[in-house]
Design a protein around this ligand. Structure first.
Ligand SMILES: Cc1cc2nc3c(=O)[nH]c(=O)nc-3n(C[C@H](O)[C@H](O)[C@H](O)COP(=O)(O)O)c2cc1C
Length: 180
């Protein structure tokens, strides 16, 4: 079977960044499901340093869009989730573990969004100091809680085809430069 047509992996290959949204509700139950999916991700030493701010207020979403110039779809999103990491909770208090844990949670979140028929786009925050400072101020984050990424979530107003960006040249076998 061709990989992209593998039904068991269709959620994974079908997940795409959605940047056009139409109006529509997202229920409290759906939000809970998304958070449960995010918090099912692997985490170094199971420290689970991820923290989430769920944003439904459209004024706040617009203020975030003022900060994130590449996040204008937030203006029409139903919901935003600011994914943060608590450095004190991270494995050995290392920021690198915090970032890896939060990234794993985000990918789970994006896959769950797609599985529920919703759409999402990952918006980079860390390591851009200006974005981090502005969001920390807007959301009143305690010191040591780092804003990592913003996720725009809504009802998709665009369709994108499933795909992989597989490149054989990105893979080495047994040793660097090794062929299959
Ligand atoms: C760390 C990170 C930051 C990103 N920041 C943005 C962003 O600010 N705005 C945006 O539209 N997409 C952003 N993206 C989404 C990427 O552009 C997108 O994942 C990539 O083009 C691949 O497309 P796909 O998600 O449809 O597979 C970001 C993705 C990652 C992983």
């Amino acid at each position: 079977m061709e990989t992209l047509a593998n039904e068991k992996l269709s959620i994974l290959f079908g997940r795409r960044s959605i940047r056009a949204f139409k109006p529509g509700p997202i229920s409290d139950g759906e939000i809970k499901t998304l958070l449960e999916a995010a918090m099912a991700a692997p985490s170094a030493a199971a420290k689970d340093p991820w923290r989430f701010v769920v944003i439904r207020n459209t004024t706040t979403l617009n203020r975030v869009a003022d900060i994130l110039t590449h996040g204008q779809m937030l203006r029409t999103a139903t919901c935003g989730m600011l994914v943060c990491g608590d450095q004190a909770a991270a494995h050995d208090q290392l920021v690198s573990y915090l970032l890896q844990d939060c990234s794993a949670a985000i990918e789970n979140l994006l896959l769950a969004v797609h599985a529920l028929g919703l759409g999402a786009c990952w918006l980079g925050v860390h390591p851009r100091e200006d974005r981090m400072q502005a969001l920390a101020r807007l959301f009143n984050l305690p010191s040591g809680v780092l804003p990592v990424s913003m996720i725009a979530i809504g009802h998709p107003a665009e369709h994108k085809e499933a795909r992989t960006r597989f490149h054989a040249s990105s893979v080495h076998y047994e040793t660097w430069g090794g062929k299959p």
